[in-house]
Each structure stands twice: as structure tokens, then as C-alpha cells.
Design a protein around this ligand. Structure first.
Ligand SMILES: Cc1cc2nc3c(=O)[nH]c(=O)nc-3n(C[C@H](O)[C@H](O)[C@H](O)COP(=O)(O)O)c2cc1C
Ligand code: SF4
Length: 730
């Protein structure tokens, strides 16, 4: 097709779309690429304070943006992927960048979780590569050393775990392993192992070394807390005694590394188990007692699930009260966390005297360029973390981590994906993206950045698809950020047009003349009960009303005694239960799983969900499946014994599985012979329309589509780089 013909067709086709659209046309102006490649706008002076250089012991951070340690599912298995991910953050302007927790001795490791290791000199080259990546754009490189004590089951090394007191190992998986109480020789050994690890970390090129005493994961906390330290010698009893090991490790660390590295300490603001644990008041006493011991106090919170609370249960800056006033107890700088994405909140944290550094894990994952965007006055370009905790599932499932907002996370090395840059378009010009849910929006955004002429057609009246609908459910308003970020970016692109209320047929699409057709038509919840317990439709009396999450999200009234059957196991069952209870229904949630919202154990929110539902009066029935839907109730069976019980109800809500919306795709495939004559080069389906999954899967699929359009066919080759790690390989 000649260029001029294509252009005419394009105009004809776009005007046709405009005519079919009864809704507003969202017009675009500047090219995002030009913006991203730097308009050099000056930052707002209000934010100057965030860019002040700050001393941490003997080293100086160029600003107050401090990426606190976070794992990524890659660790020792994928060190190059992890190193490149950190290098990108250095490019994004962070003043301090940390590794994840690094197992510092083989007598304490947390297999099956995959973190970094610094067990021997052979581990140094991989960690040196990471430090160099962090420092590449002027950030300080930090390494977090972890001796996991009663949190390390040692399933790989088979060493007997050690802790201050003999107690069962405390892990997510309740491993049937106990730790023995450390004797004085063990403590001397531990101190020597730390000195060795300090020297290795220094050799690897780190500027900051952090001792991990937070989240119940580090031995320093195990000694500090009376819950885990029941010793009667000089390492137990009084606060001074319980902090003795911490003091020795830091003082000896300083001797080992000299004055070229800063030494920091990570503690929880409150262990969150009452007075038996290391509570906030005692944390304050301890900081006052050892005010100037570390070069910086890094204050995390509670257990990991408290610290990385999802947006459903925790607001930005949720720890503000717990950290307030601590800075007055020490002359050393303080860093704290709180899913900070707003520069105004960050400034408030500094100006109010709560913090010196803004600690970020998730906000730095969702947007590795967050500091740079603030610095360049591009606040509206920040890709704000939505607090969904999908990033944590990578660690929990020992896979490579993902991010809902940032599909390039952990693909920087594997696929060469950069979060802010993308290759120019290939040899075609035009793309019609059908469906403006997370997959379609992300595809349109990335295609627009590549320079394609993009039309985004949405059948509904708003952008966002499922995220727009789900954001209206209780606690999920932050899901809307998936749409908001992309909607704004698209509004800045002159080469992307958006058409609402444009329900397209295959014939429409064939007649438009777009060269590439991207189908992101989403999915709908099934009403026939098919999921895991039932692979064919569940027997059902037609007299019984049955609803799906889509019905609830579309405002259908669901009242009376409701049985909610959750065979999906992620957040939707619990959220829908919460929604209909709040609207007045009485809900019994039945699930074949042993936990309500079972998979949310991987997002660290399962306990909070169970608590919330119980507090709302939802009756929870675990380990039970529905066998059929009856008139006036359901038949259910115990998943272990098959024993049947009937439960009365007025209606049933099925949260089971979703059906891909692929009718358009199938129609187009049936007319494949007509594609070429209509100028169509490619038709692809992706996201929920191809196979429903979490939102992160959809943004990834949309991004991947955009990256791979017009790229050479790689045949049977792997679409990502793999790493087979060799010790000391560098
Ligand atoms: C994916 C992920 C992995 C984490 N891994 C670690 C870790 O290895 N060491 C650690 O001290 N904290 C870890 N954390 C906790 C964070 O450092 C941080 O304290 C917490 O997420 C709150 O900060 P945020 O709200 O900025 O995410 C992790 C958090 C996330 C999200
Ligand atoms: S996965 Fe979710 S919580 Fe984690 S960084 Fe991305 S948006 Fe934030």
C-alpha cells in the first residue's frame, strides 16, 4: 500500500470511527517522546528540599531519595537482571539504592526464597557488578546484610538454625524446624562472620552497609525483642543487654571497614505484638540509648505485611505517627517508608522533622524515574504505585517479580526494556487498538511512544475497562491510577486518538484500513460456576438468582442472605463480599481453599482480608465447595470427605473464573483471507481477551505487544535472556 493511499484510508477510517462514536473524542497535543526525552523544565521550588545532598557517616547522598532494600524474585539466580534493574534506578535519579536482603552467612538462609548471597569471596563479583550498576549515575550503593536467625530454616545448607533462644523457626511456610539457642562461642562466631561480610561488601564496592533488624527477619531484632530473646546472660534481660549484640556488630563493623563506608541499621518501628515484642516506646528508648551508633536509622515497620501494607488497607505515609519525634533522639539521619508517591507528602515528612530521607520500595518499582520526574518538574508523568503488592508475589512464588504499573520491571536485562525509552516504530504506520482496559491503554501508550498513528476504540463510555470498574469497589480506588497515568500520557500524544462508545464489528475493522489490529477486549466473569472445582458448568436450578462480580460492579442490587462462592481465590471474592455487606446483605463466603482469598497470601494481605471480613460479619466457610445451586439454597460438600450439607440462601454470587472476550478476534480470524486486500498486516489478541489474569499480566501483555510490533520474527528462539549463574564469574 502506497503511503498516500494509506493516509487517505487512515483519514476515512478515523472519521468513520468518529462518526460511530457518540462520546467525546479525547484529543492529543504534544508528542510524549519529546517530553520524555527532556523538555528541561525546572522543578517546582517547593521540592528543592528533596534534592539537598545529605551526609550518611563518611559518604554523601546527592539527594534525599532513598531506595530501601527490596527483593525481586531474582536474587542469586538472576543477578544480572537484578543489577540492571538497580542501574535503571540510578539513571532515574535516586540518591541511595540498596540491594535486597543478602544472606551473609551460610548458617542462616531462607530457601526457598531467592535473595542475594555473600557467603564467600566467590560471591563478590556478582555483587560488585550490582554495586557498579547502582553507582553508575551517582547514587550511593547500599547492601543489606541479613542473618536470619529464627527466620532461616536452612533447607538448602542443612545447618542447624541459631537464635537468641531455642524456638521454632518463624517462616511463612511454618517449616517444622527449630533453632537452637546460641552460646557464647556462637555469638563470637557470628561477630566474626559479620566482620568477614563487612569486608567482602566493602571489596564489592558498596558505600553503605545496612544490618537487617526489621520485619522479624533479622537476628538483631530477635535479640532486641523479649518475645524472641529470653536469655538470662549479658545478651538478654535489660534493653542494654538485648542491644549488646547490635552494638558489638556495628562497632566491630566500623573497625573492619574503616571510614569509607556508612553503616546503617534497619529496625521496625513496632513489632506489633504488644508489649512482649519490641514496641514503639522501647524502640525509642533504644534509639535514645544508642543515639549515634549507626550512621543512619532506617525505620521500617512491624512484620513485612505491616510495612508493605497494600493500598486496600493502608494509606500513603501510614507510619507517620510511629516515626514522629524519633529524629529528636539522635543526631544521625532517619529514613522511613510509607508508599510515598506524592512530592508534597515527601516534603511534609522532611519539613515536619519526621524524616531526613524519603524511603521508597514500591514507588521506586512502579516508577524508577520518580526523583528525576520531580527534578524536571514532570510531576504529572509519575507512574504512581497502586499498592497492589503484585511485586511481592515474585518473591513469594520464587519467580521473577512483576509490577502492575511498570511492565518493564525485571525485564530491563532479560528483554532490554527501559521504563522510559522505547525503540522507534517499525515499517508499518498505523494501529487500531480495540479496548481501553489496562492492556489496551498500555499498548496504545507504548505504541504512541514508538511513533505509530494509533486509534484507540473503546466500546464503553469511559477509559480503564476493569480498573475503572474495580476502582469503585471498597478499598480499590488506587487501582484507578493504572488508567489515570495512561490517560494523561495519551492525552499528550498528537499521534493517538481515542474514541469512546465505539463498539466495532469485524466488518468495521476490515473496512477501516488500519495496518495492525490490536485486540484487547477484556473478559467477563462467568455465571456458570466453571473454575477449579467445576470444570464444566455447575448444576443449577434456574429459579435461583445467580450474580457475578460484573453484576455487582454494574450496580445490580444483591440483597438478603447471600452465598458467595469463591473459587477464584484472589482479591475479588473478598472485595465483592465487602461491597454487598456494606450495601446491607448478609454474606456467607464459601471457598474450597483453606484460606479466604488464598492467593493473597502472596500479596501479604490475606490476614487483613480475613480480619476485615470477620469484622464486617461475613461468615467464612473454608474447605467446602458448592456442588449445585438449588431453589432457596445451595448444596455444598467438604473438600476432604465429600460430606454434603445444604445451606439456605436467597441468591448466589459466583466468583469463579472469567471468560475471555474474543468474539471479535474469532470473527476476524474467520475472515483472514480478506486481511491483505484491506491493508491489514497483523491482527493480535492479548491481555484478558486472550487469557484472563491479574491486571499486571494485562499491562505486561499490552506493553509486549507494542514492543514487538514490526520486530523480526524470532521463530523458536527464547523471547528473553537467561542467566546461568557462575560463582566468581563477574
Ligand atoms: C517486593 C518487595 C521486597 C522487599 N524486600 C525487602 C528486603 O529484602 N529487605 C527489607 O528490609 N525490606 C524489604 N521490603 C520492604 C521495603 O523495604 C519497605 O520497607 C516497604 O515495602 C515499605 O516501603 P514502600 O511503602 O515504599 O514500599 C520489600 C518490599 C517489597 C515491596
Ligand atoms: S506491583 Fe503494585 S504495589 Fe508493587 S510497585 Fe507495582 S504498582 Fe506498586
Amino acid at each position: 500500500m502506497a503511503y498516500s493511499e494509506g493516509l487517505i484510508l487512515l483519514i476515512v477510517s478515523w472519521s468513520k470511527l468518529l462518526i460511530t462514536s457518540a462520546g467525546p473524542r479525547i484529543r492529543a497535543f504534544d508528542s510524549l517522546c519529546a517530553r520524555v526525552q527532556g523538555e528541561n523544565r525546572l522543578r517546582d521550588q517547593r521540592y528543592d528540599i528533596l534534592f539537598e545532598p545529605m551526609k550518611i557517616g563518611p559518604v554523601t547522598a546527592k539527594n534525599r531519595f532513598y531506595q530501601v532494600p527490596h527483593c525481586n524474585g531474582g536474587g542469586y539466580r538472576d543477578p544480572s537482571a537484578a543489577a540492571e534493574m538497580r542501574r535503571i534506578k540510578s539513571e532515574g535519579g535516586w540518591g541511595v539504592i540498596f540491594t535486597e536482603q543478602t544472606e551473609m552467612h551460610h548458617t542462616s538462609e531462607i530457601t526457598p526464597f531467592i535473595e542475594l548471597r555473600l557467603w564467600e569471596d566467590q560471591d563478590i563479583p556478582a555483587l560488585a557488578k550490582m554495586a557498579a550498576a547502582m553507582r553508575s549515575n551517582g547514587a550511593l550503593a547500599g547492601i543489606q546484610l541479613a542473618y536470619s536467625g529464627i527466620n532461616g530454616p536452612n533447607l538448602y545448607t542443612r545447618e542447624v538454625p541459631r537464635g537468641p533462644t531455642a524456638l521454632p523457626i518463624r517462616t511463612f511456610t511454618n517449616d517444622p524446624v527449630q533453632a537452637r539457642a546460641m552460646d557464647k562461642q556462637d555469638i563470637r562466631d557470628l561477630r566474626r562472620w559479620h566482620r568477614n561480610a563487612f569486608r567482602r561488601a566493602k571489596t564489592a564496592g558498596y558505600d553503605l552497609i545496612c544490618l537487617y533488624g526489621a520485619h522479624g527477619f533479622g537476628i538483631i531484632q530477635h535479640f532486641l525483642s523479649t518475645a524472641t530473646n529470653q536469655r538470662t546472660d549479658e545478651y538478654g534481660g535489660s534493653l542494654e543487654n538485648r542491644s549488646r549484640l547490635m552494638r558489638e556488630l556495628i562497632e566491630e563493623g566500623r573497625d573492619a571497614i574503616g571510614d569509607s563506608c556508612g553503616l546503617t541499621l534497619r529496625l521496625s518501628l513496632d513489632e506489633m505484638i504488644g508489649n512482649l515484642g519490641f514496641a514503639n516506646s522501647e524502640v525509642r528508648d533504644m534509639i535514645e540509648m544508642h543515639a549515634d551508633l549507626p550512621d543512619l536509622w532506617d525505620l521500617a515497620h512491624g512484620a513485612w505485611e505491616d510495612c508493605s501494607g497494600p493500598s486496600r488497607f493502608k494509606e500513603e505515609a501510614a507510619q507517620e505517627d510511629l516515626v514522629a519525634g524519633i529524629k529528636k533522639l539522635t543526631t544521625k539521619p532517619v529514613v522511613g517508608v510509607g508508599r510515598f508517591t506524592s512530592p508534597d507528602v515527601m516534603v511534609r515528612m522532611i519539613r515536619s522533622g519526621a524524616l531526613d530521607f524519603i524511603g521508597c520500595a514500591r514507588p521506586s518499582i512502579a516508577d524508577p524515574f520518580l526523583p528525576k520526574k520531580i527534578e524536571e518538574g514532570r510531576i504529572e508523568d509519575i507512574r504512581e504505585c497502586i499498592g497492589c503488592n503484585i511485586c511481592i508475589t515474585g518473591d513469594m512464588t520464587m519467580s521473577i517479580s512483576r509490577c502492575t504499573q511498570n511492565p518493564t520491571f525485571m525485564e530491563e536485562w532479560r528483554k532490554g526494556w527501559h521504563p522510559e525509552r522505547i525503540q522507534k516504530r517499525g515499517d508499518s504506520d498505523t494501529v487500531l487498538v480495540v479496548g481501553a482496559g489496562p492492556a489496551g491503554l498500555e499498548a496504545a501508550r507504548a505504541l504512541g511512544m514508538r511513533g505509530y498513528q494509533v486509534a484507540l476504540a473503546e466500546a464503553g463510555t469511559e477509559l480503564g475497562g476493569r480498573v475503572a470498574r474495580e476502582a469503585r469497589l471498597p478499598g480499590l480506588s488506587a487501582w484507578g491510577r493504572v488508567r489515570d497515568y495512561r490517560q494523561y500520557q495519551l492525552s499528550q500524544m498528537s499521534n493517538v486518538d481515542i474514541y469512546l462508545q465505539s463498539q466495532l464489528t469485524a466488518d468495521d475493522i476490515l473496512s477501516f484500513g488500519f495496518q495492525n489490529i490490536a485486540l484487547a477486549t477484556g473478559s467477563t466473569w462467568r455465571s456458570d460456576g466453571v473454575a477449579r472445582a467445576h470444570v464444566v458448568p455447575m448444576p443449577r436450578d434456574p429459579a435461583m438468582p445467580v450474580y457475578t462480580p460484573d453484576d455487582v460492579m454494574h450496580g445490580t442490587e444483591v440483597s438478603g442472605n447471600v452465598i458467595l462462592f469463591d473459587d477464584d481465590h484472589y482479591y475479588m471474592g473478598g472485595v465483592i463480599a465487602e461491597q454487598i455487606v456494606r450495601l446491607g446483605a448478609k454474606v456467607t463466603l464459601v471457598t474450597p481453599a483453606a484460606f479466604v482469598s488464598d492467593w493473597t497470601r502472596n500479596t501479604l494481605e490475606q490476614v487483613a482480608i480475613h480480619r476485615r471480613l470477620t469484622e464486617l460479619g461475613v461468615e467464612i466457610i473454608l474447605n467446602r465447595t458448592l456442588t449445585s445451586i438449588l431453589r432457596g439454597g445451595v448444596a455444598s460438600a467438604c473438600v476432604y470427605t465429600g460430606k454434603q450439607t445444604q445451606i439456605e440462601s436467597d441468591c448466589v454470587v459466583l466468583v469463579t473464573s472469567r471468560m475471555q472476550e474474543d468474539a471479535l478476534w474469532r470473527e476476524l480470524v474467520a475472515q483472514q483471507a480478506e486481511w491483505a486486500d484491506n491493508g491489514i498486516r497483523s491482527v493480535k489478541i492479548f491481555g484478558d481477551a486472550e487469557a484472563p489474569g491479574p491486571i499486571a499480566w494485562a499491562t505486561y501483555a499490552g506493553h509486549r505487544y507494542a514492543r514487538e510490533l514490526d520486530m523480526p520474527d524470532i521463530g523458536d528462539a527464547l523471547p528473553f535472556r537467561r542467566e546461568v549463574t557462575a560463582l566468581a564469574a563477574g
